[in-house]
Design a protein around this ligand. Structure first.
Ligand SMILES: [Zn+2]
Length: 158
């Protein structure tokens, strides 16, 4: 399943990418363009805009009106609607910034992109495979917050 996310849901786009979903997000894409892309590329349109949602339904484009006020609620809604697994699998997780795949990369190859303290503390690093992105990720202390959010989403989704 591939998701197309409207400009109001950048946070949700990042979460779905972390969960390994194929997500296209560009805040500047206009409504007509979103409908055209979703239709032509067979993507699920996620929106917070009631009017856009109705237009998608009228064109038989798979869509969901995202209602939650918090990230947890939004992630939970999409997970339960589309059966998205709420556990992070680093082999499948995608770059939250651009949506490309990640590749595990030796520490020596990412030393320039990672703070010294993190290089000392952690041994596994993943790099975005998109050339002009190339962001580096690791399961550091910030990961606790990610887990917390996903645990909360799991409770809401069940
Ligand atoms: Zn990237």
């Amino acid at each position: 399943m591939r998701f197309l996310v409207d400009g109001m849901l950048g946070g949700l786009a990042r979460w779905l990418r972390i969960l390994g979903q194929d997500v296209r997000y560009d805040a500047s894409t206009k409504d007509n363009e979103l409908l055209r892309i979703a239709h032509e590329e067979n993507m699920v349109l996620l929106t917070r805009d009631d009017e856009l949602y109705r237009r998608a339904i009228a064109r038989k484009i798979p869509t969901a009106l995202v209602l939650g006020e918090t990230e947890e609620e939004r992630v939970a809604q999409i997970a339960s609607t589309f059966g998205v697994d709420l556990d992070v699998n680093m082999a499948e997780t995608r770059c939250p910034e651009c949506g490309s795949g990640l590749k595990e990369t030796p520490k020596s190859d990412v030393a320039d992109a990672v703070p010294q303290a993190s290089l000392r503390l952690y041994d596994r690093f993943w790099k975005c495979t998109k050339q002009n992105c190339g962001k580096v990720y690791w399961v550091g202390s910030h990961w606790n917050r990610i887990r917390q959010t996903l645990e909360e989403a799991k409770k809401l989704a069940s």
